[in-house]
Design a protein around this ligand. Structure first.
Ligand SMILES: C[S@@+](CC[C@H](N)C(=O)[O-])C[C@H]1O[C@@H](n2cnc3c(N)ncnc32)[C@H](O)[C@@H]1O
Length: 294
């Protein structure tokens, strides 16, 4: 039997060309440019077989990121597996808002940045990395925390934190939303609280109707009836917290169809807070920015 080469992969694959190149490049440890300029390079039958296995899994609906075990977010590489949501490009605006909030604070208080539902750790790791780059002094006085209800997700988030040389700068906590943080006025005194929450916000029918997300963890997607179960619980927890005198900014990623409902939930649970809705790059409502003044 003729020894396969790169050309055989590129020619015989049943996947779209870009996906073939990404998977082959991952498997062979070569750039996509190399594949195109060296199609005659021979590969072993074993390697060709491994490519075919990846191709089959992709055809079965596995996200490319789970097959390669990594995903780019905010220009950084993150380890992912089926225990975590693959970070989405639209979530990158959350990092921009966190950095802006940390830098803009006029109270000059040291920020406490909390990532609720951290998953792969993409938001908190990218925010800490960016702050370290842009403002080392502010980075040094900032406290970083991340929470998830999934222990498997927390393990991946910790690995990503280490891979980006954040060592013990991020405190990872297991539990339901704000509960494991045991926040109180004493702990928050002198801090500017910034909460980033990309909690599950899809409805069961949205999940059912989206073939591309079927392999991602339901725990990361399913926001209960109406999709706002977790945000409602978060606002209730925030309302119970004695936050008088605390400067807090809460950023929530939402589905564009949830704007009206999220407005009324905030009005109900946090009546004193200001709300701004920010659109993503495709001009869809994406981020609810809640400002609680001192
Ligand atoms: C939509 S994913 C977001 C992951 C990551 N922050 C991102 O932006 O890519 C939601 C995350 O919330 C976690 N989660 C679900 N319910 C939770 C709860 N009650 N408390 C804390 N985390 C929760 C899930 O395990 C999942 O990792």
């Amino acid at each position: 039997m003729k020894k396969p080469d790169i050309r055989s992969i590129l020619k015989e694959s049943s996947l779209p060309r870009l996906e073939t190149e990404i998977l082959a490049s991952f498997l062979l440890g070569q750039s996509r440019e190399y594949l195109l300029t060296h199609p005659e390079t021979g590969i072993s039958h074993a390697l060709y077989g491994r490519y075919k296995n990846l191709e089959t899994k992709r055809l079965e609906g596995w996200p490319i990121a789970y097959l390669t075990g990594q995903k780019e977010f905010y220009g950084l590489s993150f380890k992912v597996n089926p225990a975590v949501l693959t970070p989405r490009p639209e979530t990158e605006m959350m990092v921009e808002e966190i950095i802006a909030a940390a830098k803009r604070d006029k109270s000059k208080k040291a920020p406490l940045i909390v990532d609720l539902g951290t998953g792969s750790g993409a938001i908190i790791v990218a925010s800490a990395t960016e702050l370290r780059k842009l403002s080392p002094a502010l980075f040094m006085k900032t406290k970083f925390m991340a929470v998830d209800i999934s222990r498997q997700a927390l393990n991946i988030a910790k690995e990503n934190s280490l891979a980006h040389k954040l060592g013990r700068r991020i405190e990872f906590l297991h539990g339901n939303l704000l509960t494991p943080l045991k926040l109180n006025e004493r702990k928050l005194a002198g801090r500017h609280l910034i909460i980033a929450a990309n909690l599950p916000y899809l409805t069961k029918s949205q999940i059912k109707d989206s073939p591309s997300i079927q392999r991602e963890p339901k725990l990361a997607l399913d926001g209960g009836p109406g999709g706002l179960k977790y945000y409602k619980e978060l606002f209730r927890q925030l309302a119970d917290l004695e936050l008088s005198g605390i400067h807090a900014r809460i950023l929530c990623e939402i589905d564009p169809a949830q704007t009206v409902k999220i407005r009324s939930l905030i009005k109900k649970y946090l009546p004193q807070a200001e709300l701004k809705i920010k659109k993503d790059l495709s001009r869809k409502d994406r981020l609810a920015i809640i400002q609680k003044a001192d």
